[in-house]
Design a protein around this ligand. Structure first.
Ligand SMILES: Nc1ncnc2c1ncn2[C@@H]1O[C@H](COP(=O)(O)OP(=O)(O)OP(=O)(O)O)[C@@H](O)[C@H]1O
Length: 262
């Protein structure tokens, strides 16, 4: 039987990540409580919530920086609850701004090239002729162009302006061809101008990719996220698109301490 091409709609409805009853206790304090979350392939899913809501702890559970106290994590059809962090990265769960930290004294191109080498599994073949490794330059340049850093290929990462550094981090993450990108507050600490640039960049380069992001800036969330999960005190208080969650009384209460936020 001939296989049918998968339509965008069908692809978007495939759940790639699911947590069931995910819980993390710290000595009797429950930071993440019974979280049931589903992320569909090809979508941007944002996690928001006030300080201390449990967002970072939840991310750390997904990447196995922390071990859950209870519950399971399923990724791409596999139960990964008891997998080691390296296995999870190998399966394509890549956390940007942490794992893919850039090397400050290497150029933008060299940074992307190293990520590409890692993806190809040739990182230790340092005896290969430089020329062979130079074949990666074309691919690296294409990625730099994609994130708007073509003119900065020779610039050392440390010399890039903040927003451009973030763009480089995104390029090195994409180079690893993630099945799921975890973005940790991608616009944190940025000027309004950089927030706009990085938001546009994420919107452009992540098309068709699956992202879970923690983000405090609600403008960024409203323009990027297909679906939003709101956490408060370790629990999900609301889920839906931006319009649904932003008008939810429990969300207003979590953020502002009142359901009448006018
Ligand atoms: N290792 C730990 N030991 C004890 N308590 C912890 C630990 N890590 C986090 N917590 C607590 O768990 C709760 C959730 O913290 P978490 O950092 O996940 O929240 P968050 O939503 O990411 O907050 P923020 O937006 O401020 O980064 C907080 O009350 C925090 O103090």
């Amino acid at each position: 039987m001939e296989s049918q091409p998968v339509s965008d709609a069908a692809k978007a409805s495939r759940c790639i990540l699911e947590t069931r009853g995910l819980t993390k206790d710290f000595k009797g304090f429950t930071a993440v409580k019974d979280i049931n979350l589903k992320v569909n392939e090809g979508t941007i899913h944002a996690l928001i919530g006030p300080n201390g809501a449990g967002k970072t702890t939840f991310f750390n559970l997904l990447t196995k920086f922390l071990t859950p106290s209870a519950g399971t994590i399923h990724f791409d059809g596999h139960d990964i609850t008891h997998r080691r962090p390296a296995d999870i990265a190998q399966r394509g769960v890549i956390r940007s701004f942490q794992i893919s930290a850039v090397f400050p004294h290497l150029s933008a191109r060299e940074n992307v090239r190293i990520a590409l080498q890692r993806q190809l599994g040739v990182s230790y073949q340092f005896w290969r002729p430089i020329k062979m490794l130079d074949q990666l330059n074309d691919k690296a340049d294409a990625l730099l162009q994609e994130v708007g850093l073509k003119e900065f290929a020779e610039t050392k990462a440390v010399e890039l302006a903040y927003g451009r550094k973030r763009a480089l981090e995104i390029a090195t993450t994409i180079a690893l061809e993630p099945k799921l990108m975890l973005l940790d507050e991608p616009t944190q600490g940025m000027s309004a101008e950089d927030v706009g640039t990085v938001t546009d960049l994420i919107g452009r380069v992540v098309k068709g990719r699956t992202i879970v992001m923690v983000e405090h800036n609600l403008n960024v969330v409203s323009s990027l996220a297909d679906r939003i999960t709101v956490l408060n005190r370790g629990e999900i208080v609301a889920e839906g698109d931006y319009e649904a969650v932003s008008t939810n009384p429990q969300v207003m209460e979590a953020y502002m301490g009142t359901a009448h936020a006018d």
